[in-house]
Design a protein. Structure first.
Lengths: 317, 282, 541
């Protein structure tokens, strides 16, 4: 169907470029992205609030590029990026009146929208929101609703919009999807959305219980050549492009001040995990704890960014 | 803290020029730090707060706007300067901790007495007894519809410090950047809170002889007082006070009029008078 | 701001309001108070945002920061931020329904023309045909990013987003920025047996380029095209979205690298090399820079000021001004607040060619106050050099150039008198051939249109395609005198391709109501004709 409200490309459709090197099997294995961080090391986060003055609150978040991506950027050899790093912008509009059709609400009504830019992922995205974007929106809303003190803002609405400029990969680009495959990149995106939205809400001076932050942990089995008895290891803040196989992953929205989780999303098989000696936790417990640890790390960034913008505003006036 | 964050000119990938990069900490360290700061805060009230930050014990202080209570502690719920309002001398009440959303230094130094007199405000929305400035959007036989432009703080008496009246979204920079009408005029009204002035709330005297067309015209700026939060769509306003009513209006010729009496305004160019429910000018 | 605070308390019987509230309650008067401070105070006329009327905002650009794009750029124009990503995909000629047909007709045409001087024109025509007819450039602007409160993120593209997308598309086409050759993927078939050559020659002889007609080798054929998806996300909208979007498109295209691609006979598909060294940058034609202006009118607010400052002399001045002419300011690079207060806009897109500056596009829409005299005046003030108030348009390319051009060249004078001469002489040449010195019959350009909506984006690509490049046309629309509310005037000129420097001009006028201005429809018509005449005569009276 032709979308008459947009400029359409050729009616017959186009095909993404096919790289010759991909067709030759076995190549690229040496260029596979490798995790350079320790399992508990998190990536750096760039976060800044208040960049969009027409919004009541806004934030911009960017993950540090992985070692392989940074190397590819400084010394470009191939046109195929080894991995990507999350970049997103979040705006908060409101509190504003509810639409006429909406019923009376004594609380703040939260609306969330998550949209990928067409160029955000390896595969070109459409302009219309797809199911994964709706899914992310619902998860984000759950995460934020638990943190906002909605009853302070009766009969008003808050619109939160996240635009993803660059998403994370679901797997390394050279790998074929296997049985373990899922949209792992989406979980990293959600964690980023939560932290960014939280910063934007703080920028908009909407009451909340705590700065809620997002964190990801995953159970990873990297040694495909090893015996099948090798158990998957727990890693924090995983970049799916850096791992051969992610067995399961977990994203949480976490409020450190209250030690509360407002959103939990766990995917995959977490029954097996190689834990340290004496660690009696089951796989999913370890996974959740790992995600909470990652979220704590993100919270320190979040707190610093909010404080910094507050000091900047006070300094100006 | 300083060893954990570093300021650089560019973010790693450089979408936006100025950057603060904070190293993701190992969780144990983060936890340690959090506990450490919490302990130090117990003794003194911090000057600046971010949401989720512990401000003090609920046994020592009362929780004001911008804060919430979790178990026996007061936590900040918005980011801003922390203000400690001393207890009223002749009452038994505790000193109140609040986090203000007014980010001007003038507001910080202003005496807390003004606050203590009025009800605490937990948000910037129109509330009962709020004085608002609104634009008339529709005049009907029984009521006039208005769109609320500015919520004036109750504390802002006519001769009070003007900066105090600034509400959260009264940042001049943001007004100037945001489009007055992004697409058309109707959508701007959807972004503003709507209110209704019923015929019986227009004035205090001769209520039954009110003719709405002689009270308000579309485009007038009206000062009103919020009667109630109303239904799901509209607040209810009243102008039945001397200081309430039309404050700015244009004549049919398009000129700004000045008030000549409590029910008339005059066009300075044509000299023609028009009827309005005029607010008492200060 | 200072002028407001002096203005508001000056009237004892008016409200005293902080500037922020005044700005919201009386936006028009607020801006006016800044632009025309009372003569008693020695304040300069300055905009509410602190800029001089002709001052542009600071622009910064950053290219190549997005991983999954062939080229990308972030442009910050003050507080307006646009992110543009270019993605290249492949369009096989097999997937183009009418490909073989169009090829043969083109070839026929080429053979018929045959002569060498026509060749460039044919090539240009082919460039245009490939890029425009095959939709090889696909720009889309998204405002559903929460960039401003008025846009609902889940809603389909707003009217503004649609119009911006089409403006960018049309500017990409008319400026011929991207060369079709960069987008073609050729295939040189190996020499085969003679009978096959014979068979091929029967069909495809027409494909031969006159120059590349080497008897021995088989002709190279186009196997596929690159299609450039140019997506602009406006992250923050604080006025002037067009300039920001266009600048981001331009910077992203300059950053764009296309991989080396070839037709693989074994796979029967196009394959690409991922080697960066083999990839190629686009070779863009020129660097067209856009500048937008809006016109702020004093209008009815003159009376408001008279109330605030009850000064008899001031009043008199105001009166005389009011009676003679509306006071107005032409504001460069308007912010969102100003955009909400104006009805009239001027877009100018300029480029530099062989050391001289040329107009790529000039558009004026809405409003009623800027007439031909004012256009001339705009040119005049721009031409003034050495005066403290530097011309608006002079300013503009400086900063864009600074950030976008790597070669360090700067446009010196973009809208100088010299340029104006050039522009008008081109017009006059073009137009006079058509006019043959006679008066344009009124019925020629008095063509009421059914769709008023079309007038607003009078730069719509459909009409451009229709009018094309090869023929000089004047699709001109005026408003209907009997219908005061309905349009307007619209001049729409296109020059023929080979030497075209002025690609497209449209001049639109929107009448609010004839009654409002006290102008009967007929007078308006006459006025429009005069403007048309002025342009047609090359502006020399």
């Amino acid at each position: 169907m032709n979308d008459r409200r947009r400029v359409n490309g050729p009616p017959g459709g186009t095909r993404p470029p096919v790289y010759a090197s991909l067709l030759q099997s076995g190549t690229g294995a040496d260029t596979r992205a490798q995790r350079q961080r320790q399992p508990t090391d998190l990536r750096k986060i760039f976060l800044k609030t208040g960049l969009i003055p027409s919004a009541s609150g806004s934030s911009y978040l960017e993950f540090e590029p992985s070692a392989s991506l940074a190397a590819a950027r400084s010394n470009p050899k191939s046109l195929i990026p080894p991995s990507s790093a999350l970049k997103l912008a979040c705006t908060v509009h409101g509190p504003k009146p509810l639409p006429r059709s909406a019923p009376f609400s004594p609380n703040l009504v939260l609306t969330t929208h998550v949209k990928y830019a067409p160029f955000a992922a390896r595969k070109r995205k459409g302009h219309v929101r797809d199911s994964s974007e709706r899914d992310l929106g619902v998860h984000l809303e759950t995460a934020l609703r638990g943190a906002i003190i909605a009853e302070r803002w009766p009969k008003s609405g808050l619109d939160i919009t996240v635009t993803i400029l660059e998403a994370e990969d679901d797997r390394w680009w050279g790998d074929v999807p296997d049985s373990h495959d899922a949209s792992w990149g989406m979980m990293n995106v959600l964690a980023g959305c939560i932290s960014a939205a939280s910063a934007a809400i703080a920028d908009a001076h909407i009451d909340c219980l705590d700065l809620v932050s997002g964190g990801v942990a995953a159970l990873v089995s990297d040694d495909s050549t090893d015996s099948p008895s090798a158990l998957p290891k727990l890693m924090l803040d995983t970049d799916p492009a850096e791992h051969r196989s992610i067995v399961s992953a977990c994203v949480v929205a976490y409020m450190p001040a209250r030690d509360e989780i407002t959103e939990l999303w766990l995917k995959g098989d977490s029954s097996k995990v190689s834990t340290a000696d004496g660690d009696q936790r089951s796989g999913h417990e370890a996974l959740i704890d790992g995600a909470v640890d990652a979220a704590r790390g993100a919270h320190t960034v979040l707190a610093e960014a909010v404080r910094e913008s507050l000091q900047k505003t006070l300094g100006q006036s | 803290m300083s060893n954990k964050c570093q300021c650089v000119d560019k973010p790693p990938n450089g979408l936006i020029v100025l950057a603060l990069i904070i190293r993701g900490e190992k969780s144990e360290e983060a936890l340690k730090r959090r506990n450490g700061t919490a302990n130090t805060m117990a003794t003194s009230v911090p000057s600046l707060a971010i949401p989720g930050q512990r401000l003090g014990s609920a046994n020592t202080y009362a929780a004001g706007p911008g804060t919430h209570i979790q178990q026996t502690n007061i936590f900040a719920s918005i980011a801003g300067p922390v203000i400690l309002d001393p207890a009223q001398p002749n009452t038994q009440s505790k000193a109140t901790l609040r986090v203000t959303r007014i980010l001007s230094t003038a507001a910080q130094s202003s005496p807390a007495a003004a606050f203590a007199k009025s009800k605490p405000r937990y948000n910037t929305l129109p509330a009962v007894d709020s004085i608002v400035l609104a634009r008339v959007t529709r005049v009907q036989k029984r009521q006039a519809a208005v769109s609320i432009l500015v919520v004036l703080d109750e504390t802002s008496a006519p001769n009070a410090d003007l900066t105090k009246a600034a509400s959260d979204n009264d940042n001049i920079a943001s007004i100037l950047t945001s489009a007055a009408n992004p697409e058309n005029h109707s959508s701007t009204d959807e972004l503003r809170f709507q209110a209704i002035i019923r015929k019986e709330d227009v004035r205090a005297v001769e209520k039954d002889r009110v003719v709405m067309e002689d009270m308000f015209r579309v485009g007038d700026i009206v000062r009103g007082c919020v009667l109630s939060l109303g239904d799901q769509t509209s607040y209810y306003l009243t102008t039945a006070r001397n200081d309430l009513g039309v404050v700015m209006a244009r004549s049919e010729a398009g000129n700004m009029m000045f008030p000549v009496s409590w029910k008339e305004m005059r066009d300075p160019v044509t000299g023609a008078g028009e009827q309005r429910k005029v607010a008492r000018p200060y | 701001m200072a002028s407001t605070s002096t203005a508001a308390p000056a009237a004892p019987n008016s409200l005293s309001l902080p500037p922020s509230q005044f700005a919201r309650l009386q936006p028009h008067a607020y801006l006016l108070a800044h632009l025309s401070p009372p003569s008693s105070s020695n304040q300069p006329s300055i905009r509410a945002n602190g800029r001089a009327p002709s001052q542009f905002r600071v622009t910064s650009a950053n290219a190549g920061s997005l991983t999954h794009t062939n080229g990308s750029a972030v442009i910050r124009l003050g507080d307006t931020t646009a992110v543009c990503g270019v993605r290249a995909e492949i369009l096989h000629t097999d997937d183009i329904a009418s490909w073989s047909v169009s090829q043969s007709t083109n070839a026929n045409k080429r053979r018929r023309i045959g002569e060498s001087e026509k060749e460039t024109e044919t090539k240009d025509e082919e460039d245009r045909a490939h890029i425009e007819d095959l939709n090889l450039l696909v720009p889309n602007i998204s405002l559903s990013t929460g960039c401003a409160p008025g846009f609902i993120p889940s809603a389909p593209p707003s009217a503004l987003a649609q119009s911006l997308s089409h403006q960018i598309l049309s500017l990409l086409h008319t400026s011929r920025l991207v060369q079709a050759e960069d987008l073609r993927i050729w295939y040189q078939p190996p020499n085969l047996g003679p009978e096959e050559v014979q068979q091929h020659n029967d069909e495809e002889q027409m494909d031969l380029d006159a120059g590349a007609n080497e008897e021995e080798t088989k002709p190279a054929e186009i196997k596929a095209f690159w299609v450039l998806y140019i997506d602009v996300m406006l992250i923050s909208l604080a006025g002037n979205p067009f300039d920001a979007a266009w600048a981001s498109v331009l910077a992203a295209l300059r950053d764009t690298k296309l991989p080396k691609a070839w037709w693989d006979v074994d796979n029967e598909s196009i394959l690409c090399s991922d080697d960066v060294k083999e990839s190629q940058k686009l070779s863009l034609r020129g660097l067209p820079i856009s500048s937008s202006f809006c016109v702020f009118e004093a209008d009815a607010a003159a009376g408001w000021r008279a109330v605030v400052i009850p000064d008899a002399e001031e009043q008199k001045v105001q009166d005389s001004k009011h009676s003679s002419q509306q006071q107005k300011w032409i504001l460069a690079d308007p912010d969102g607040y100003e955009e909400g207060l104006v009805q009239e806009r001027v877009y100018v897109v300029v480029d530099k060619e062989e050391g001289k500056t040329v107009i790529v596009k000039m558009e004026k829409l809405g409003g009623w106050t800027v007439d031909s005299e004012d256009l001339r005046h705009l040119v005049d003030i721009s031409a003034q050099s050495g005066t403290p108030s530097e011309s608006h348009i002079d300013h503009e390319p400086h900063y864009y150039q600074h950030h976008l051009a790597n070669d360090g060249t700067r446009l010196k004078k973009t809208f100088s008198a010299d340029l104006f001469e050039k522009m008008t002489s081109r017009y006059s040449r073009a137009i006079k051939t058509r006019r043959r010195g006679s008066q344009v019959p009124a019925e020629l350009y008095y063509t009421p249109r059914a769709h008023q909506g079309e007038m607003v984006s009078n730069n719509n690509p459909a009409s451009l395609t229709r009018h094309g490049w090869s023929v000089l046309q004047f699709p001109t629309t005026l408003m209907r005198p009997d219908h005061p509310q309905s349009p307007v005037g619209c001049f729409d000129w296109c020059r023929s391709a080979p030497t075209a420097l002025i690609h497209h001009i449209s001049l639109g006028r929107f009448l609010r109501t004839a009654a409002h201005r006290g102008l009967p429809g007929k007078a308006l018509l006459v006025e429009l004709c005069r403007a048309f005449d002025w342009l047609a005569m090359g502006g020399n009276g």
